[in-house]
Design a protein around this ligand. Structure first.
Ligand code: BG6
Length: 521
């Protein structure tokens, strides 16, 4: 029988308590014992995000001491080669001031294994089952199994089918839990999302499925709910009575990098709006949930989506703007236009920018426009939510030439992380001038810690069985229903103005017509 490896010594963040700013910050909340199987372990996501997250969870004592990790992918590796690959992935991600700790790494490395596998071959999944059984005995992880689909989405259905054929489905594992994490995108349109869901449902029940939207794992995104529901001052003004409009931005300076082949079939609406940006909208607009329970929160998010009417095809061009970047300058560097990027068609109709105006048909939000925009190769990287309040009803102060600004609350998600409020103040002096000023809260300085990367939080939550920060099928389906008419119209009518914005700019001019109130990037 395999020898059981003892639980590692902890390397807890005991220093945390010493800093008053960090009061209340948890040092560890250990996840359940389990074995994680990463399908697609030789891929980019595993290397850049998942393996560094696993190591970091270990370093923070969040990873359970009874833990195993099995990589499964087509690329041939031995266990040792895979461990080296994992180590390099962690080292590449490390802060130079906090190098990898050998003792931690060695403990983790012996829990890591690899199987070279073909997703079409049931025998390879049977070998995986044998390896899982062995790991569970060695590391005392019980029969708790977390399957992570980090492969291209086209093979998701095959992997799920093979899990069942090899007896790795939840029903065949009555003595432990089985969960599956499904990477984004969940489908490429409504029909394919439904088809994927049908395959998922054959093997897993909804509470065993963890659909990732990594935005939900960002600390500042989680704080939207805290801001709204852990304070009394915002909720009374959080409605059409005080709010004039809501502006949600997810702007990037990056182009499509090496992902041209994927992106040219996706575009900004599928890649960012259908998932990340709509999730931000749901958190801003939802009603207070009855509890902090995953389903209580997800019920409210779903209600927001169900109150958004998918646009009629004839209204699509009035409520949306699409763009594609041409060549331009970012950070002083000349960059190529989208159509010259690798694996992109030189006549591509894919949008690298999308802006929408949506309304939520509810008592709280009737008549308040929600403007959403996301794009690549824009002037600045910025994800934020700006809530613009109504103008003052009657002007008392200020010289004639002064502009009395509308109040704006900005929830800054990244790269700045914080909250700011724009309000008017009297300019010091004998005259009665009024000027807009900003009150700023910054997470880094406020709490004295850096936010953990989203994948760390999401992996740990899946191990703990907390689905709050994962998307439920009803919401995913409804989000597809909302964007489908736009996708269909955009796909059927080629945009002859493409490229219509220069890399490094604010996006297409038409976006300013849709919403003159965008904050400057
Ligand atoms: C991904 C998209 O989901 O999110 C990418 O596929 C995009 O195209 C990325 O670049 C943005 O994530 P973040 O966390 O950098 O804002």
């Amino acid at each position: 029988m395999a020898k059981t490896i003892p639980a590692p010594k902890t390397d807890g963040a005991s220093h945390v308590a010493a800093n008053p700013l960090r009061e209340g910050i948890e040092s560890n909340r250990v996840a359940d014992p389990c074995t994680i199987v990463f399908f697609g372990a030789s891929g980019d996501l595993f290397k850049r995000m998942l393996m560094p997250a696993v190591y970091s969870l270990r370093a923070k004592d969040i990873l359970p001491s009874n833990f195993g990790l099995i990589g499964f992918a087509r690329t041939p590796y031995t266990d040792d080669q895979f461990r080296d690959y994992c180590k390099r992935a962690v080292q590449q991600d490390q802060d130079p001031d906090a190098p990898l700790k050998d003792a931690l790494w060695n403990d983790l490395a012996k829990r890591i294994g690899y199987l070279t596998g073909d997703f079409d071959d049931t025998k390879h999944f049977q070998a995986l089952k044998a390896r899982l059984d062995d790991y569970e005995k060695q590391f005392g992880a019980g029969h708790n199994r977390l399957f992570y689909l980090a492969t291209p989405p086209s093979v998701f259905p095959k992997i799920i089918e093979q899990l069942q054929k090899a007896g790795l489905d939840p029903v065949s594992n009555p003595n432990g839990w089985s969960r599956i994490i499904v990477e984004k995108p969940f489908g490429t349109d409504l029909a394919s999302a439904r088809a994927l869901q049908t395959e998922v449902e054959k093997v897993f029940t909804e509470n065993q499925v963890y659909r990732i939207d990594h935005y939900l794992g960002k600390e500042t995104v989680q704080d939207i709910m805290a801001l709204r529901f852990a304070n009394t001052i915002f909720e009374p003004i959080w409605s059409r009575n005080y709010v004039q409009s809501v502006h949600i931005t997810a702007a990037e300076t990056l182009g499509v990098e090496a992902r041209g082949a994927y992106y040219d079939n996706a575009g900004a609406l599928r890649d960012m709006i259908q998932n990340h940006v709509l999730n931000l909208l749901a958190l801003v607009a939802m009603e207070p949930p009855a509890s902090s329970d995953a389903d209580a929160i997800r019920n409210e998010k779903y209600k927001v989506f169900s109150a958004i009417e998918p646009p009629a095809p004839e209204h699509v061009f009035q409520m949306s703007v699409r763009g594609q970047y041409g060549p331009g300058t970012i950070g002083g560097q000349h960059v190529a236009g989208y159509r010259s990027e690798p694996d992109v068609s030189p006549t591509s109709n894919a949008e690298t920018y999308a802006a929408l105006k949506l309304y939520i048909n509810s008592w709280r939000w009737a008549g308040v426009p929600f403007f959403l925009r996301s794009g690549k190769r824009l002037a600045r990287k910025a994800s934020e939510i700006a809530i613009t309040f109504n103008p003052i009803p009657h002007r008392l102060f200020g010289e004639k030439s002064d502009t009395i600004e509308q109040n704006v609350l900005v929830i800054k998600i990244q790269p700045d992380e914080g909250v700011s409020i724009r309000f008017n103040a009297k300019v010091p002096g004998q005259k009665n001038h009024i000027r807009g000023v900003t009150m700023d809260f910054n997470y880094g300085t406020g709490f004295g810690v850096q936010s953990a990367p989203a994948y760390e939080r999401l992996l740990a939550d899946a191990m703990r069985g907390d689905a709050t920060l994962f998307t439920r099928w009803d919401a995913v389906q409804r989000a597809w229903e909302i964007v489908m008419p736009i996708l269909d119209v955009w796909q059927s009518i080629k945009d002859r103005s493409f490229p219509n914005y220069a890399a490094g700019s604010e996006g297409p001019d038409a976006a300013k017509t849709l919403n003159p109130g965008w904050r400057i990037l």
